[in-house]
Design a protein around this ligand. Structure first.
Ligand code: ADP
Length: 583
């Protein structure tokens, strides 16, 4: 079919861009407005449920199954070790005092690092519970130092005087009972902690103040204990053996550990809670070995084994916390970069929208100015040509209406459900688009072939937008053939019903074709190879087709040129969802 010349092809892209922007189904492209609104809702939500605001933290994310399994494995290994050691628990290991400083140094480093990790967590989450726990770890770590320094015989070799008999045991009792109290306070505070992010004062000030406070208390207590040995409870009967009074310490500690476990178990558990439970179980095993199986005999197999197991599992816990932190921060980093990409995509969409508005409004404005000039010239003649002036004025009116439509389209684009949705005869739209480009077709000597399926079912959608899609594809095809001089310029437009029930429209040309390297990019906004191009057309075509439940793609034409094809669900297709999408 060959069409006589008529209107200019630029019409094909008119009123096009604006109408498509609001329809995209691709989240990466054009979702401005909605995402921002969602973010707003999230902000409101996060005020009431701060934990959901920080889902990546150790203290807020729930443990995974594999973490649970690992925790159970650690406990099983410890219980097995306990059973293996139990028969030898009371065997004394003489002259092992020399190992004590090494153990104390390792325990000190372990607990201080754990405390630092928790303080870092606090600085992000500002949870008082986490702050209390980190203080507990720091206190426990600090008290290891005087415990080792006052241990009978340990530093005698360095010429340091031994502290009183009760000092070491009193410090040990403070550590044993202090730590589970901090854990208990953490467990009780963590759910009743509405002030996440609401704590007053600067985080750095609170952290430094807490560290200074703990160091002062640890020093103060150590000084009191060392200088008032006479006034301390008589926990030791001699340098090796505990007294009757000591049994209250492990008994209270066991009670506190069990209470801590119950409280943590009965509350919503985070990764941190899971590993704290492992720590409490470890301490339980340690105290069973230290105080019951070895009957409190210092430097016995049970005594050393308890310390060794306790230290090993505390190290495992520390390693797990460190690796979990690294994993969670990696997830956080990924989420941040995804969010950044989404923001950039939104910005691109905004740019695309602004450019399309400028483009669409500029067209009729420029035309109005040209027509007004022409009108003035017709009227300014010595014998004014009123007919021509009238025609110019009519064109100005037409352009004014077109600009109005553009603005109206932009407005309706943001009104939900305002897009026109009717049954559309695609053949008629194709026909109309081909008639519109007759002027160019004649000038460029393009042969048009239309192979339209007369039985083509109707589709549901916006006739304005679908017409613009076809016009744009046809305009691009003609553009691609202008440089061709050694063969016929053929534009073939086909429509057909597919077996799947959807319709297929193809626009073929014998033009320059597509550079394989650029094929991927032609649907990107602002991608163009034309000096006067905007690079918006194909992006909008794709947005419209996808929003109508279809698909648009491009392939090479044989032997020359390109073929753009799109599908649309037809009204006869029972699986069609086009209507809902367009709305
Ligand atoms: P514009 O027409 O403003 O350049 P489009 O998004 O419509 O923007 O097209 C983007 C690019 O895709 C064009 O610059 C061109 O390089 C390429 N293109 C589009 N249609 C064809 C076609 N039929 N044949 C060859 N290249 C095409």
């Amino acid at each position: 079919m060959r069409h006589p010349a008529s209107t200019a092809r630029l019409e094909s892209k008119d009123c096009f861009a604006f109408a498509c922007v609001g329809l995209t189904s691709s989240p990466s492209k054009l979702e401005f407005g909605w995402n921002d609104r969602d973010a707003g809702e999230n902000d409101v939500k996060s005020m009431s449920d701060a934990k959901s605001d920080l889902p990546f933290l150790l203290s807020t994310s729930p443990p995974s199954r594999s973490q649970g399994r690992l925790a159970v494995c650690v406990l099983l290994v410890l219980v097995s070790a306990l059973l293996v050691t139990a028969p030898f628990a009371r065997v004394p290991l003489t002259n092992t005092e020399v190992l004590l400083p090494a153990y104390a140094a390792a325990a000190f480093v372990n607990e201080v690092i754990t405390s630092a990790l928790l303080l870092a967590l606090y600085s992000v989450q500002r949870s008082q519970a986490v702050l209390v726990l980190s203080i507990g770890y720091l206190f426990s770590g600090l008290m290891v130092v005087p415990w080792a320094l006052t241990f009978p015989g340990v530093f005698a070799s360095l010429g340091l005087p031994d502290a009183g008999l009760q000092s070491t045991a009193s410090i040990a009792a403070l550590r044993r009972l202090g730590f589970p109290l901090f854990v208990l306070a953490y467990a009780l505070l963590k759910d009743a902690d509405p002030s996440i992010r609401n704590s007053h004062g600067s985080v750095r000030g609170i952290i430094l103040g807490s560290i200074a406070g703990v160091i002062t208390i640890a020093f103060g207590l150590t000084w009191l204990i060392v200088t008032r040995d006479d006034a301390l409870p008589r926990f030791m009967s001699d340098a090796r053996n505990v007294s009757e009074l000591w049994r209250y310490v492990p008994a209270t500690a066991v009670f506190l550990y069990l209470t801590g476990l119950v409280v943590l178990w009965t509350r919503e558990r985070s990764v941190l809670d899971l590993w704290l439970m492992v720590v409490l179980c470890t301490l339980l095993i340690e105290i069973i070995l230290l105080s019951y199986l070895s009957a409190g005999l210092r430097l016995s197999v049970g005594w050393w084994a308890g310390r060794l197991y306790g230290f090993t599992s505390a190290s495992v816990v520390l390693l797990v916390l460190l690796s979990e932190t690294a994993t969670l921060y990696a997830r956080l980093a990924r989420a941040v970069s995804a969010e950044r990409r989404a923001r950039e995509a939104r910005l691109t969409s905004m740019e695309a929208l602004s450019a399309s508005i400028a483009h669409e409004v500029n067209q009729p404005l420029a035309s109005m100015v040209t027509n007004a000039d022409a009108g003035l010239r017709w009227l300014g003649r010595q014998s004014p040509n009123l007919n021509e002036a009238q025609a110019a004025l009519s064109r100005i009116v037409g352009d004014g209406h077109r600009a109005g439509k553009v603005i109206e389209g932009i407005r309706t684009m943001f009104e939900k459900g305002a897009q026109e949705r009717v049954s559309v005869n695609m053949n008629r739209l194709i026909d109309e688009a081909l008639r519109r480009c007759q002027g160019e077709v004649q000038v460029d000597h393009v042969y048009i072939q239309a192979e339209l399926d007369e039985q083509l079912p109707l589709v549901t959608g916006s006739p304005v937008q679908l017409q613009q899609v076809i016009s744009n594809l046809v305009a691009n095809a003609i553009d691609a053939m202008t440089a061709v001089t050694d063969r016929e310029r053929v534009l073939r437009v086909k429509s057909a019903l597919q077996e799947s029930g959807s319709i297929l429209v193809s626009v073929e040309d014998s033009g320059t074709g597509l550079d394989p390297k650029l094929k991927e990019r032609i649907f990107e906004p602002f991608f163009t190879t034309r000096s006067d191009g905007m690079g918006m057309g194909l992006m909008f075509c794709q947005s419209v087709i996808e929003a109508h439940g279809g698909r648009l793609w491009v392939t090479d034409n044989e032997p020359h040129g390109a073929v753009f094809r799109f599908t649309l669900p037809s009204d006869d297709d029972p699986t069609s969802t086009a209507g809902a999408t367009v709305r």
